[in-house]
Structures are given as C-alpha cells and as structure tokens.
Ligand binder design. Structure first.
Ligand code: 9MJ
Length: 788
C-alpha cells in the first residue's frame, strides 16, 4: 500500500471515530473518552490532512473552524415555511387548545366521567434561542439558514458548521435523500456566563442574556467568531423531506436522534391535556436547574396524520402550541440603594424598587451583588431598570434603560461607615500568592470592620450558630435573636449558654413553658459533633462540607486551630483562599476568646481524637516543594529537585555545587532555590509545614509513583446519587488509580460528574455550570476502556 493510501485509510478511520465520539457526547450525552483523547485524535487528523490537503473534505470534523468572512449573508427561501407557534399563557388557554384539536378532529369531547378521546401530545421545553433550518442532502449538511420572516431567511451555512453538536454528516442508515431539520440554536447558561466573563476581560461586548448572546454569535459575518462561541443546537422538527413519511412526532424526533441530531432530553409523550399541564408544572419547577434558559413548553399533536388533518391557521399550526411561563422580566424604577451587612461583615448594595409584579410575585427589592456589579450595570438612583426573577432565585437587576435616566439621577456610593454600627467600612483586598510573592489588588467586596461588635453581624452570626445544621437550637428564631441582641443579653454566641430563666421569660412572646423549652434546647446543644461546631463558627468560605472534611481529616479542634494554611491545602477541595480564611480565623484573638468561652461554658465536642488524614494522592516531596512557591521553580523543577535531593533537608542544605551539578533546573531557578532557603524564615516555615504534615499522618510517596502520565491525571471527578454496579468507595479507588482526584462538591473546575439515580443538587450544579455528566453505565464503559 502506498503512503497516500495509508493516509486515506487512517483519515477515514479518524473521522468516523471522531464523529462517533461527537455523537456520544452531544446526542447521547454519554461521553466515551476524556477530552484529552478526543483532542489527540483531532490533532492527528489535522496533521494528516495538512500533509495530504487533497484528502480534505468539507464534512471532516476539522472543517468546522470557519472559513473566510462574508460581506453579507445570502438569502434563502424556505420551501416549507418556518412557522411560529400560538401561545397559551394560562391553563385555560391550553384546555381551549385541546378542545379545538378534538373538535377539529371530530373526536368526542369527553363523557360525564371525563373520559372520551384523549389526544397524544409530544412535550418539550421551549428553548429561548434562534430557530434555524439545516438542510442535509445525501446525508451531508449543505446549508444552514435563519428563520427570517418564515419564508425568507439568511444563509448562515458557514456559521452553523462551527457548532459542534450540528452533525456535518448524518449517522446510521435510512435517512432520506433530502432532509431539512429544524431546531433551535441556543447558548447554555454556563456558556453565556463564560462568554460574558471572557468578553469583559478583553473589553468586548457583553450580552444581556443567553438569547442575545446566541443571536449575536450566530449572525456574525466572520464564522471564526461564531466558532469561538459556545453555541448549541437542539432539533424539534423537520421541513422539506423527500422519500420518507413519519407516523408520529415523537417517533420522528427519536429517528432524528438516531441519525445523529441532538434532541431534547426532556421530550415526552403525554395523553390528554391534564398530562400536558402536569408536564408544564414539572418543567416549571425544574426550570432554574436546567442548563439552558426556556420560556415555556411546546405541545404538538403526536399523530402526524392528525397534524395534517388539522392544518394551519394564518402562520401557525393548529396542532401545536407554546405554553409560556409567566413573564419574568419587568421595568421599574430604582428608588434607592441601601447597604446591608451580612454575617461576615460584607456590606452589599440592595436595590429598593418601585414595587412591580414579576412572574406573579410582587418585587420591591433586588440584589446588586457588589460594587463591581453596580459599576458594570452603570446604574444610578432614579434609573429605570429591567429586573428579572428566574425560578426561586432573588430578583436581579439586569440592565439600565439609560434613555430614561432622569436629570436628577444620583450615583450609588458606598457608605464610609457601617450603616448598623458606625464602624469603618473597608474595601477587601484580594491577595494572590504565587511563586513566593504576594500581590494585592482591590476586591469587589466592602466589609464592616466591627465584627461581633456590629449588631448586624452579631445577629447573623448567632442565627447561623443556632441553625439546624449547626448547633441546632430549637425555638431560637430570627426575631428572638434580634431581641436578645437588641436588649444586650447576648454579645457573642457564647452568651447563649449563660442566659437565665428570668432573662428569657421577659422577652416578647415568652411564658413559663416556652422559656423552659428554649433553655432546655440550649442545654441540649452543648454536645455537638466537631463538624457541626466548626460549621457553626461561621468561618468565611467554610460550609457544611468543608467543616465535615476538616473534622474528619484532622479529628480535633486543636489540630484544626493549629493547621498551617499550606497543610490545609493538602485536603481535597481546600484551595489556597479557603485555607488562609481558616487559618486567619483561628489566629484572630477575638475568635479564639469566643471559642474558649464556649468551651468554658460547657460546650463539649463529641467524636474528637481520630485522625483520618484524607490527603490527596500525590503527596510527594516534589509536590511539597512546588507548594512552597519558590520563585522561578515550576512543578517539573520542583520534581527534579526532589529526585536529586530526596529529602527536604537535602534541598535546604544543597550548596551551590550540588545545585549546579543537577539537571532539569535552569540557572535562574537554581539561584532562586539558594536564595529562598538562605532566608532562615523560609527554611523554618518549610520545616514546620513538613513536620505538621508528618504529625497529621501524611504518607509520603516516592517520586516514581506520581499520577502524571495516568490517563485521568489532573482531572477532578465527583460521584453523586446511588451506584448499582460498584460502591462509591470502589468507584473512587478506580478513578484514583487512573490518576483522577475525587471531590465531594461540584465546581467549574470539575472534569466530570458521575450521576446515579437519586442525584440531586450536585447534578443540578453540574448542569448549571455546564460540567460534563455521565451515568453509571457510561462510567463503567469508560473504566472498562481503561482496563480499570
Ligand atoms: C422551541 N423553541 O424549543 C418549536 N421550539 O415548532 C420547539 N419551537 C416549534 N418547537 C414549530 N420545541 C415551530 C416552532
């Protein structure tokens, strides 16, 4: 075989493998290989095509990147018009629609028992994006077009080709010679956030919402810009089709999925209008946790014969309807901006609005997050603003209608003194520690420095301290905490334990029985677990999970109090910032005094003692040296140092000759190592960290056993829900054997979430952040693939 024949075969094999991975990723939602493997195959294909340009075809996965920019879009005529949908806003509108459908089909309206003919409807969420048409001829994508006015649209072929979930070539078999697919191009909430953050950083245009971002990205004359935007596609119907007839709507969509087109995961068949309403309510409840924005749900008569019989009215099908969620954006006036003081002293701006009904709820306040957000919005008091209420979240100020700004609009200013206690308000500093240096920049948060001397912070601290998941003191509601603080009976959480009968019975709403009950539940709270106690302290950035982790890993309050920040960062999921928060909380004399008082007043921690140090797998000397942030010494340099000198003392004691004789460390780094350890405080600090790690039971591994080179090295996985085939512990072990870290919570840095049945908030979070999710079956297949 010639070289060219070899190349052609390999190219074909790579293309079909990449197509198959794409299909599993975008359509089946079951990634089969890690991104790194996909990228490797992709680069191999790119290299081969570069060597053999004659073998490049337009449907190759490499050809999505976008060609030359256009000066204008061409026009496209939709031979089958792209229709819009009629709307239902209330349940009654949907019942009317169902009645019209049954009348149109000459079906009985139902008997006395509510029976009669029930229509089957396909149900899907209504995506808030842009309708597009994709034309496939002989299974190849030949054209993409916008809806335009329904008869004439714009040719956006070059742009749709850049969307990874749009197949350039249909999969499987049996597709008709001509197939026009219709669906929505949209941007996930996570993709939108990422895009806006990147745009803000580079000084580009930011978008008000995912729909605008999707529209702005798709209607780009330069397809390279479109290619850089996180657009997605979901199909929900067909236009021109030659050589095949579909029997049902759901069957048709499922067939499209088999041909490689992404469809909604929420597609369902419902029998009758009541079942449609159940679907509407269910999706409505889950709306906030969906990964993308929707503005309602769409119902379509499932039987395509019946669709034909019903036909059209003006530009709307009689067989489909969009049931919209109540509008969730409104215009109102920003009357004032007040500043609230939170538990950690953060002084945050809150918008006071002229009350307005949004999605059925009166809204008078909205969050403004912080002063950076105020600046980003450019909002002034007196402005007309757009506010949005999404799901259950606090209403947000989305945008300012600057054209309506009154002449007397005033800027928003941070108070210099705390509005509650009068202490100074300081702007927080962001500290970045890197390579031995600390750099400071201004944070977006302002803080009241009054701490527990500030009534607002004290009240919030106590409300948190007594809450169910913390010390769990029953009968101490917010109003009572307020009274206790305002009357000066409680000036710190420790004072709860010296409250007397006489003091409590005097409070508003208290009598003998309720007083005794409250005092009993305070007494009962004296024996918390270590984890609850740590959580109750309200350390900034330490939630329940981190508190549990600290308690489990270090086993005693004393060890947690003494842990050095560098040591804390060895715990899974504890980053530098959190570690410094924990450390500085316990360094603070006032905090220590409160803890001592709590212990002196009878709080007795349970389950102390055991150390279960859950240190990350890669505790090597190289990793340790890397954490010291020696200037100019990167991870590989640190590893080489460790290999050469074997112990920390060896590195500290290395002289100039030893260092110059070593490979894998450049001149600058060598110099820097010497200078670093020449300072006694650095050497002492390194020794102290190492000693504490040993004290805490860290097992040191030899340099050879590092995870680098393992297939999942550098990745963080999260397991959630129940797993059937193996226990979580086994799954964790297997992942770790492949080099992955297994974490307890989902963040933007999570590589993949394995979700079994019953998965809840972690799955929702993953969807919200656009983190990859796989079920157990796909996970087992992946492990099999690696022989784990
Ligand atoms: C959206 N936007 O999700 C239709 N749509 O059907 C769904 N739009 C539609 N169907 C016919 N799911 C015209 C528009």
């Amino acid at each position: 075989m010639t070289d060219a024949q070899n190349a052609a075969e390999r190219i074909a094999a790579l293309r079909s493998e990449l197509d198959a991975h794409n299909y599993r990723y975008y359509v089946l939602d079951e990634p089969s290989v890690p991104d790194a493997e996909y990228d490797r195959l992709f680069r191999e294909l790119q290299a081969l095509e570069a060597d053999h340009p004659e073998l490049v075809t337009p449907d190759s996965p490499t050809q999505r990147v976008g060609g030359a920019a256009l000066s204008a879009f061409g026009e496209v005529r939709h031979e089958v018009p792209m229709l819009s949908l009629g709307n239902a806003f209330e349940e009654g509108d949907l019942l009317d629609f169902d009645r019209r459908v049954r009348e149109g089909l000459d079906l009985p309206a139902g008997d006395l028992f509510g029976g009669g003919a029930e229509i089957g409807y396909s149900c899907e969420p209504k995506l808030d994006g842009l309708a597009v048409s994709l034309l496939y001829e002989q299974g190849r994508l030949v054209r993409g077009a916008t809806r335009g006015d329904g008869s004439m649209g714009e040719d956006i072929s070059a742009n749709v080709r850049t969307i990874r979930s749009v197949p350039l070539k249909l999969q499987g078999k049996g597709w008709p010679a001509v197939l026009e697919v219709r669906g929505e191009v949209f941007m996930s909430k996570a993709g939108f956030e990422r895009l806006n953050a990147a745009q803000a950083e580079t000084g580009g245009k930011t978008f008000a919402n995912p729909r605008n971002a999707a529209a702005g990205s798709l209607r780009q004359l330069d397809p390279k810009i479109t290619a850089s935007r996180p657009l997605e596609f979901c199909c929900y119907g067909v236009g021109r089709v030659e050589g095949i007839v579909f029997a049902t709507q759901v069957g048709m969509i499922e067939q499209l999925r088999e041909w490689g087109l992404p469809i909604s995961r929420e597609l369902k068949l419902a029998k009758g209008a009541e079942a449609c309403l159940d679907y509407y309510r269910d999706i409505g409840e889950r709306r906030a946790s969906l990964a993308y924005e929707i503005d309602g749900v769409v119902f379509k008569v499932n039987d395509i014969g019946q669709q034909r019989e019903l036909g059209f009215r003006a530009r709307e099908p009689r067989w489909a309807i969009a049931h919209k969620f109540p509008a969730s954006e409104e215009l109102t006036e920003l009357l004032d901006v007040e500043f609230q003081v939170g538990r950690t002293g953060a002084v945050t701006p809150v918008a006071r609005l002229r009350p307005v009904k949004v999605a059925g709820v009166m809204v008078a306040n909205a969050t403004l997050h912080n002063m950076d957000e105020v600046a980003r919005l450019g909002v002034m008091i007196g402005d007309t603003v757009i506010i949005r209420r999404a799901g259950d979240v606090i209403p947000q100020v989305m945008q300012v209608v600057t054209e309506r700004r009154p002449a007397d609009a005033r800027p928003v200013e941070v108070p210099q003194c705390c509005p509650v206690c009068g202490s100074a308000v300081e702007r927080t500093q962001l500290v970045k520690r890197s390579k031995g240096k600390e750099t400071f920049s201004e944070g977006s948060v302002y803080r009241c420095v009054g701490r527990l001397a500030c009534a607002a912070q004290l009240k919030q601290a106590i409300i948190h301290f007594v809450s169910r998941r913390a010390m769990d003191i029953d009968g101490l509601g917010d109003k009572i905490v307020e009274q206790l603080v305002d009357k000066g009976l409680v000036a710190s959480p420790a004072d709860l334990y010296t409250l007397t009968y006489e003091q409590v019975v005097e409070l508003e709403g208290f009598a003998e029985l309720s007083t005794n009950n409250l005092l009993a539940s305070i007494a009962e709270s004296r024996t918390p677990t270590l984890a609850r106690f740590i959580y109750a302290l309200g350390i900034p950035d330490v939630g329940e999970e981190t508190a549990k982790l600290l308690a489990r890993a270090l086993g005693s309050l004393e060890r947690i109090e003494q842990a050095l920040p560098e040591v804390l960062t060895y715990l899974p999921d504890v980053g530098g910032e959190v570690a410094y928060e924990i450390h500085s909380f316990f360094e603070d004399a006032h905090n220590r005094a409160v803890i001592e008082q709590l212990l002196a007043r009878g709080v007795e921690l349970q389950d102390q003692g055991e150390l279960h140090a859950e240190f990350a797998a890669s505790t090597t000397l190289g990793g340790f040296l890397d954490k010291l942030n020696i200037p100019f010494v990167a991870a590989t340099g640190a590893k080489n140092l460790a290999e050469r000198f074997q112990t920390l003392e060896g590195v500290i004691g290395a002289d100039w000759l030893d260092l110059s004789a070593m490979k894998g460390l450049n001149e600058k780094a060598r110099q820097s190592v010497r200078e670093f350890f020449a300072k006694p405080e650095n050497a002492e600090r390194a020794r102290a960290i190492e000693a504490q790690l040993r004290d805490f039971g860290m097992h040191w591994q030899s340099e050879k056993k590092v995870v680098e080179g393992l297939p999942l090295a550098g990745q963080t996985w999260v397991l959630t829900g129940t797993l059937d085939v193996m226990s979580r512990d086994v799954a964790k072990e297997k992942l770790e054997s492949l080099g992955a870290k297994v974490a307890g919570s989902v963040s933007a840095k999570t590589s993949c979430v394995v979700a079994g049945p019953g998965a809840g908030s972690k799955l929702a979070k993953a969807n919200e952040l656009g983190v990859k999710v796989m079920d157990e079956q796909a996970f087992v297949a992946l492990l099999d693939g690696y022989g784990a």
